[in-house]
Design a protein around this ligand. Structure first.
Ligand code: HAM
Length: 432
């Protein structure tokens, strides 16, 4: 037998059934997508779909060369026909803004956009962390805030409620101020961390030189004391930034949204300023961040557009759905309404005609194909999860009737005239 070819490490197949080490099914995922479509519509967001491959320069310029994502984790290759460097997108914001600038979408009004799809980061795979993972993201472009900052938090909270996981998530917020304020904080931070340089691990020593703010992100238990006592960015906020942050917090309080201020929340991508936030959970082990985002007021201009203050967030679908599948209320709905079985000569064609009529009336129908005993067929019907079974055997065929079985038991099993098939099932469905 030829050797089997395996999928790429850290990249999952999404199947109709659960896998040993990956519990999510395609039906569950699809149920989530349905929720997302309604949820984004409720807040006035329109979908954007961009390619998964972009010029590498887009990510270098937006996310930042010194970040782990760009420096270590991108899948980068050169197009064989020219020397252009291309990368699989590691996130959605950069591509979304590239498209907005390229097509001049902001020419006369702000934009509220959402996207969903695969992202690629060459990280060490573990539960909740993959090399191909999926995000749902939203970007509100051309809004100064802080009202929109509060609205997008409320919007994310609304999704957690729709999925039944609100109580498992904590909102952490911080403000990164503006460029000058960050520069002043950076000077103080570098001075402070340099005093402890001999105690820092290799990663933090490197970050101290390249991106000192990210040292505060360190998960190394030995560094927690040093990081906790480091200068806080919020102490360096000027009047305007302070006002923005205070109004944002007051709005959250007004909306009844609890939050925790985390002065060490800095985010892993370089484009952020002012408001940043993450939704975290203690139910997923090390991969605690389900959703993250913040303002990136200068990014559109940096990508060649006219200045447009903006904010957005993205959630990791795998992480979120791992949480939802265990604790939430979302149910996959792959089961048919009607499972159709037939027995005997001529019954198969008649059954196909009934199935066609049922589908024309918006019933989801699964028809049995094969040649087993009636008992085996009924077992299949039971396993399908269908609410109703439609049976057509020789008697039904001869008398122009159909037999219907309500698997919930409410209506039992009844034989009715074939002409009454649709009306009976509609009545039964309505009665629950
Ligand atoms: P991010 O924090 O890099 O932000 O990613 C957002 C979310 O994607 C994370 O909170 C996490 O749930 C999920 N995620 C990231 N990496 C992985 C991975 N390797 N495996 C599984 N899930 C992962 C961004 O990407 C920004 N573009 C968010 C944003 C939008 N900011 C403003 N607008």
């Amino acid at each position: 037998m030829a050797q089997k070819i395996q999928s790429v490490k850290g990249m999952n197949d999404l199947l109709p059934v659960e896998q040993k080490d990956f519990k999510l099914t395609a039906a569950f995922w699809q149920a989530f997508e349905d929720v997302v479509v309604r949820w984004t519509r409720a807040y006035g967001y329109q979908q954007i779909r961009t390619p998964i491959v972009e010029q590498t320069g887009l990510f270098v310029r937006s996310i930042g060369e010194e970040t782990d994502v760009v420096g270590k984790e991108m899948y980068t290759f050169s197009d064989s026909n020219d020397s252009l460097s291309l990368s699989l997108r590691p996130e959605g914001t950069a591509s979304c803004l590239r498209a907005v600038v390229e097509h001049d979408l902001l020419y006369n009004s702000p934009q509220k956009l959402w996207y969903m799809g695969p992202m690629f980061r060459r990280e060490r795979p573990q539960k909740g962390r993959y090399r191909q993972f999926h995000q749902v993201g939203i970007e509100a472009l051309g809004f100064e805030g802080p009202d929109i900052d509060a609205e997008i938090i409320a919007m994310s909270e609304n999704l957690w409620k729709r999925l039944g996981i609100r109580k498992y998530l904590t909102l952490e917020i911080n403000s990164l101020g503006n460029r000058e304020e960050r520069a002043a904080h950076r000077r103080a931070l570098v001075e402070y961390l340099t005093r402890y340089e001999d105690k820092l691990d290799e990663d933090s020593k490197r970050r101290l030189k390249t991106n000192p703010l990210r040292v505060l992100d360190s998960k190394n238990p030995d560094l927690q004391e040093i990081c906790n006592a480091a200068p806080h960015l919020t102490d360096y906020l000027g009047k305007e930034s302070y006002k923005h942050y205070s109004r944002f917090k007051a709005m959250l309080e007004g909306l009844g949204i609890r939050y925790v201020e985390n002065p060490r929340l800095v985010r892993g991508l370089d484009y952020y300023n002012q408001t940043v936030f993450e939704w975290t959970t203690d139910k997923l082990g090390a991969q605690a961040t389900v959703c993250g985002g913040g303002r990136y007021d200068g990014l559109i201009e940096e990508l060649g557009g006219k200045p447009a203050p903006s904010i957005g967030f993205a959630m990791g679908i795998e992480r979120l759905l791992l949480l939802v599948s265990e604790y939430g209320s979302l149910k996959a709905n792959a089961a048919p309404d009607v499972y159709a079985v037939c027995q005997g000569e001529g019954a198969d064609l008649q059954m196909m005609k009934y199935a066609r009529t049922l589908r024309a009336n918006y019933f989801k129908v699964m028809q049995y194909f094969g040649d087993q005993s009636m008992k085996a067929k009924m077992k299949k019907a039971d396993n399908s999860g269908a609410r109703f079974v439609l049976i057509v055997a020789q008697d039904e065929l001869a008398n122009g009737t159909v037999t219907l079985k309500d698997m919930n038991g409410a209506h039992g099993q009844q034989t009715v005239a074939a002409d009454d098939l649709i009306s009976t099932l509609k009545k039964w469905k309505k009665a629950k």
